[in-house]
Ligand binder design. Sequence first.
Ligand SMILES: [Zn+2]
Length: 143
Amino acid sequence: MTEPSRDDGRPFRREGERIVNEIAQGLRSLEDGVAWFSGLVPARRQAVLLQVTGYAMQAHITAADGRAGVARSGVKPTANPSVMICMDPPRYGFAGLPSAEHVTAFRVLVAVFAVADARRRETYCKGVCGHAWHNLPAETEQP
Ligand SMILES: [Zn+2]
């Protein structure tokens, strides 16, 4: 018994991917992303945290990225997600945090991913990048 894949989460994952990468590339504010995230049901929030955790792992964040990102996130350095991301190696169990900490976890994760991803775009990806998520159309800028 298979349903047509209308709610398999794929369009939703694409939405999360677009929003998180727009924030990382300065096309969208973190506050705007937080407003989107806050409006999701808890299960979706957990799915987004897992998704962004994957991006952070792929971006090979360092403890220095963690500290720089936390400073930009608006979250206290003593909050659980801040402490976890600044460990060396980072702890990635964000989706397992109590739901009251999901929003701070999102802030910290996205802010730290943005730091690491900016470095990646400037080095590894520079001029040779085929990553679809690094070549988002800039909707606000017209040539
Ligand atoms: Zn790239």
